[in-house]
Design a protein around this ligand. Structure first.
Ligand code: SF4
Ligand code: MG
Length: 329
């Protein structure tokens, strides 16, 4: 395991954004982390990267055998960029407009590996070529605004990979791109993950993205785990009512039903407020299962993830009304 997260909690003065999630990630594997906005998926990844200095983080984040919760900020900074890298939805906000992309990749590389400028510059060109940017030597001298959205995301990936990280966290990396470019970037991430045996944490609200790249899926709701299983099981035999709702809305969309503007799947109701989360199971106000046959446990007790599927212990669901044989109670 390159990354082992146990009972991670991330709290801000206004509320708890991540309330006890656990998962492990092996080298060369991709974990899709899915949920609506506010589900805690981005906050979890920022906590892993040590980028939430203002938050109270507890539980355990073990990266390649080293505990990061409570580790000195300087140590986490050392790992960040060098061994754990991150890409975001909007590459423009992470790229400096006044430096060429070649300079920026070279700088990131030099900062971590302390090479000469010449070596770093060669590395930048090599990385641009690897992520599929044509004429990399010439394009290295261009500025971010000369690149299209998809090409800028390739530049970010080149920068993230230049130091050969063991873990790549991608937070909605294709959300701002059109469908064709999105597919190309996902394909690139998939290829990199295979060629370099890098572990990828792919954060997305989009099950289509997960279907393309993930080996394993963690579905988050209200800062907690709803379901965690191998990708194929999530799609073939989803157990949690929330996962089922997400999948059903994707199928409706593919079938051509209207979606009113938003990208979020059409499960009635709103994501829970972190200030005053619902009691018991946080999904109960929106749960079709609960609405059909209300059960006291749903409003009094927070369900813990437990084995609930053909995959045995690898398929875990946090729902009171799913029995461990995988059927319904
Ligand atoms: Fe729905 Fe109850 Fe299961 Fe929560 S625990 S998902 S409210 S059935
Ligand atoms: Mg987010």
């Amino acid at each position: 395991m390159i990354l082992q997260v146990r009972d991670l909690r991330v709290s801000f003065p206004a509320g708890t954004a991540v309330d006890g999630i656990s998962f492990g990630l092996e080298r060369g594997r991709t974990l899709g982390v899915v949920g609506e906005s506010g589900s805690g998926k981005s906050v979890s990844s920022l906590a892993i990267m040590g980028l939430h200095r203002e938050a109270a983080v507890s539980g355990s984040i073990v990266f390649d055998g080293e505990e990061l919760v409570g580790a000195p900020a300087s140590r986490v900074r050392e790992l960040r960029g060098r061994r754990m890298a991150m890409i975001f939805q909007d590459p423009l906000s992470s790229l400096h407009p006044f430096y060429t992309v070649g300079e920026q990749i070279a700088e990131a590389y030099r900062l971590h590996l302390r090479t000469s400028r010449r070596v770093a510059r060669e590395r930048a060109v090599e990385m641009l070529a690897e992520v599929g940017i044509p004429e990399p030597r010439r394009r290295a001298d261009e500025y971010p605004h000369h690149f299209s959205g998809g090409m800028r995301q390739r530049v970010m990936i080149a920068m993230a990979l230049s130091c050969e990280p063991d873990l790549l966290i991608a937070d909605e990396p294709t959300t701002a791109l059109d469908v064709t470019v999105q597919a190309q970037i996902l394909e690139l991430i998939r290829k990199i993950q295979e060629d370099r045996a890098v572990a990828v944490m792919m954060i997305t609200h989009d099950l289509g993205v997960v279907a393309r790249v993930a080996d394993e899926v963690l579905v988050m709701y209200g800062g907690r785990t709803a379901e965690h299983a191998p990708a194929r099981e999530i799609f073939r035999s989803p157990r949690h009512p929330y996962t089922r709702g997400l999948l059903a809305s994707v199928l409706r969309l593919t079938a051509g039903e209207e979606e009113d503007g938003g990208r979020l799947p059409a499960i009635p109701g709103n994501p829970p407020s972190l200030l005053a989360p619902p009691s018991g199971c946080r999904f109960h106000p929106r749960c079709a299962r609960y609405a059909a046959a209300p059960d006291d446990a749903c409003v009094t007790e927070a369900p813990e993830p437990r084995p609930a599927g053909p995959g045995g212990a690898t398929h875990r669901t946090a729902c009171h009304l799913i029995d461990i044989s995988g059927g319904r109670r």
